[in-house]
Design a protein around this ligand. Structure first.
Ligand code: GLY
Length: 430
């Protein structure tokens, strides 16, 4: 279905031609805007906030902005501890975002009047047996070869830093630059900042991209309402690969990658079990524990290729608790306050797709996989530049969607069927 005549045909706004609309003022055209962002997760919200700050009349389509993966994610900002072989290009973008984080948080907290739970606490990656230790050593070599700073510690040194760690911890890596943020508080702050910057929220799914005369021109929302925009950003997380109306050759090759995660809570008045984020390899499986200042201890996460399934399973919870217990035996006395599963937007190279597509007027900000929270500051900045200049900044050139020229057939078509998980825990080095 094609849209009716879009505002772009009459307003003359095009990529590279920002409107003169002052930031902080709601759009005077409620059904039309300079930019429509499809998806109000952290990536969509940060893009909207930055676009509105640059004077673009900005709208977001999402039934529950600030929901989705942001409500599940642990919020590790672990560019160094989560380095993987073959992902050195992504490392550059991750580090660019890490660098921006402190100023980004200061600006956002001021703009929204809300805290984000950002903690510059560092991360400790530990190993429990000889094989796990060898994996961690490999990671150390990779980090050193990539010019990154991390310190190798003995088991005793690890326990001196984190006394609740099990006596069996055989060694570890201290990474002073890997921090954490609370994604729930981050998305709430972004939502408020967007509202204060004049972003309009359409609280509905976008059912279909509107294309008029070969150009993205807005979307048809659930219920049939048409919203017009001169430019559209598809930031729908794991759902980005399935939006109707997007030409097949432009659809992002993004698939859902399930993650199960737990939350334990320290009883009030008790000192925290851990002072910093702890990652571990436990018999080849990875686990992380993220302690928040409010006493929450987040334990994650499974990595499962099961399509759209978001069932929390006994096996998933058991595996996480078993490994967390082996690492920090005392956790079993804590109340288990939440179990959740979410969907990461995976891409073929684990890196995001940012910027213009082959369809004029349509941009992507998706495929952030394990790094959506980490990449929020740089994504917002890059997308605002794309929307106002039409150019992808140097820092993001390698992440152009055009690196996947013909992306089709990448999405699971329906709910996951019963059967064994394709993979339940990561087997790569931490
Ligand atoms: N970045 C952590 C995860 O995706 O589980």
């Amino acid at each position: 279905m094609q849209s009716s005549r879009p505002t772009s045909q009459s307003s003359g706004h095009r990529s590279g031609q920002p409107s003169a609309h002052p930031p902080g003022q709601p759009s005077e055209r409620p059904s039309g805007s300079d930019v429509l962002i499809i998806g109000g997760g952290i990536v969509g919200l940060v893009t909207a906030w930055r676009a509105a700050q640059r004077g673009l009349r900005t709208a977001v389509a999402d039934p529950l902005p600030g929901g989705g993966a942001a409500q599940v994610a642990a919020g590790m900002l672990a560019a160094v501890t989560e380095l993987h072989y073959g992902e050195q290009t992504l490392l550059g973008l991750n580090l660019a975002s890490v660098q921006r984080y402190p100023d980004f948080v200061t600006e956002l907290e001021e703009a929204s009047g809300r805290g984000t739970g950002y903690r510059a606490c560092g991360t400790l990656a530990v190993a429990l047996d000889a094989d796990d230790r060898a994996q961690l050593r490999e990671l150390h070599v990779l980090q050193q070869g990539s010019g990154l700073t991390s310190d190798w510690l003995t088991g005793r040194e690890c326990r001196r830093l984190e006394p609740m760690l099990a006596p069996g911890v055989r060694g570890g890596l201290r990474v002073e630059g890997d921090h954490q943020i609370d994604p729930r508080r981050l998305s709430a702050a972004l939502l408020t900042a967007c509202e204060r910057a004049g972003v309009v929220f359409h609280r509905a799914w976008a059912d279909r991209l509107s294309v008029v005369r070969g150009r993205a021109a807005g979307a048809v929302l659930a219920g049939g309402r048409q919203v017009h925009a001169d430019q559209v950003v598809l930031a729908g997380g794991s759902r980005s690969g399935g939006l109707a109306g997007v030409p097949a050759e432009v659809l992002p090759p993004v698939r859902p990658v399930k993650g199960q995660i737990l939350r334990l809570t320290m009883p009030p008045g008790r000192p925290p079990f851990l002072s910093r984020t702890v990652r571990a390899v436990v018999r080849g499986s990875q686990i992380y524990l993220v302690p928040r200042e409010n006493g929450e201890l987040v334990v994650g996460a499974t990595t499962e290729e099961l399509g759209w399934d978001t069932t929390v399973t006994a096996g998933g919870v058991y595996g996480l608790l078993r490994d967390a217990h082996e690492l920090v035996p005392g956790i079993t006395e804590l109340p288990l306050t939440e179990t959740r599963a979410g969907l990461r937007p995976g891409s073929p190279d684990n890196a995001p797709l940012l910027g213009p597509t082959a369809l004029p007027g349509l941009h992507l900000a998706t495929g952030h996989h394990r790094n959506g929270v980490l990449l929020a500051p740089v994504t917002g900045e890059v997308m605002a530049t794309v929307l106002t200049t039409g150019e992808l900044p140097e820092v993001a050139r390698s992440f152009t969607p055009l690196r996947f020229p013909t992306a089709t057939g990448h999405l699971p078509t329906g709910p996951a069927t019963a059967g064994p998980a394709a993979s339940v825990r990561q087997e790569q080095p931490v």
